[in-house]
Design a protein around this ligand. Structure first.
Ligand SMILES: *Cc1c(COP(=O)(O)O)cnc(C)c1O
Length: 356
């Protein structure tokens, strides 16, 4: 059913984001939603257990002070430059409503995180997409025109391609009158963060998440980094929506995860090494692999259709992601799993590519 007489006006017109599936199938090799294959920091799990006590009858700290301090310390910035939310999706939603709704349309790439147009439709924000080049590169010069804001993930999703910090600087210099939102969900897997530019550019907002590089997608913790005047807009939206977005367990676990740099370094280096191995294997199997700085690769086979490979891998209990749009339909987005999971994927591909 498309609509119902009880719905508010406009609810039938919004188009919700479709997340990658989370099927309950035993023995699945799950390489479809960019989760980290390694467990969270043991210190984070211990902190969550320790926080599971009768204090849960009390509301949490509305400002997530400890958590923001831990994030600030991990990134060498002051806590006043950090906003925390219940996932980076929520922080992004607040940024769209609080900073990106203007008369002029906002700009983002034609191939990017598919949640951005969803927020625009929800909040009635005008947007235009800017085509990536033929190799899915983002040309900074294409964004040097009047706009209501610029949004881009760096590295981009689902391509994995990253811009250098010098290119983000060019983007900021060309857009001093609108907000530039850099979504750094994957930055820890090898790209340069724009956080060092925040002190210089009052229009820069950088978002982060603990879902990918800290293995805590289940805890829902996200951040924004920006100058306090910019963050004040997010605070106003947050205070009009949910005053306590982070629960006590998320504050405890997230804080401990951010303090465990050793676990973070060890696991992210393994993801990066496995990505480089998998990219080389896919090239050997005749895939065009887009250079990735993220925890996934975006790859198209020379002769086999993406949708067909998706289905054949699924039959072998291996889940990857496919985006059925004209420019991306040949590609599969493959999350970097453990080395053993990626070896299973390569073996499956060898088998099915050997069949006519
Ligand atoms: C995964 C992802 C997010 C969302 O992260 P959560 O904190 O889990 O909501 C945001 N942006 C991009 C580009 C992502 O891929």
């Amino acid at each position: 059913m498309d609509s119902n007489k009880f719905w508010s006006d406009g609810v039938d017109a919004i188009q919700p984001y479709v997340p990658g599936e989370q099927p309950a199938i035993a023995g699945l090799v799950k390489l479809n939603t960019n989760e980290n294959p390694f467990p969270p920091s043991p210190a984070a799990l211990a902190a969550i257990r320790a926080a599971t006590n009768e204090d849960l009858r009390l509301y949490p700290d509305p400002d997530s002070t400890r958590l923001r301090q831990a994030f600030a310390q991990a990134h060498g910035i002051a806590p006043e430059f950090v906003f925390a939310g219940n996932s980076s999706d929520e922080v992004l939603a607040h940024a769209f409503l609080g900073l990106l709704k203007h008369e002029r349309p906002i700009l983002f790439p034609d191939i990017t995180y598919s949640f951005y147009p969803v927020y625009c439709r929800l909040y009635g924000i005008a947007f235009e997409t800017v085509p990536l080049d033929a190799e899915f590169g983002l040309r900074v010069a294409d964004y040097a025109r009047p706009n209501g804001g610029v949004v881009l993930p760096n590295p981009n999703a689902p391509t994995g391609r990253a811009l250098a910090r010098a290119e983000i600087r060019q983007l900021l210099e060309a857009n001093r009158d609108s907000v530039v939102l850099v979504d750094e969900a994957y930055v820890d897997f090898g790209a340069e963060s724009a956080i060092p530019l925040v002190a210089e550019f009052p229009n820069l907002l950088v978002t982060h998440t603990l879902s990918k590089s800290r293995s805590l997608a289940g805890l829902r913790v996200g951040f924004a980094v920006g100058q306090p005047a910019l963050l004040q807009a997010l605070e106003r939206v947050k205070g009009s929506f949910n005053s306590y977005p982070l629960d006590r367990l998320a504050i405890a676990g997230g804080t401990a995860a951010l303090q465990d740099q050793a676990h973070f370094e060890h696991t992210r280096q393994q993801v990066i090494a496995t990505r480089e191995w998998l990219a080389a294997q896919l090239e050997r199997l005749d895939f065009d692999v887009i250079p990735s700085q993220a925890n996934f690769v975006f790859a198209a086979h020379a002769s086999r259709a993406g949708a067909e490979l998706l289905r054949q891998l699924r039959e072998r209990r291996i889940l990857v992601r496919h985006f059925a749009t004209p420019r991306t339909e040949h590609f599969l987005r493959i999350t970097i799993g453990t080395r053993a999971q990626c070896e299973q994927l390569v073996t499956a591909l060898e088998e099915l590519l050997a069949q006519p």
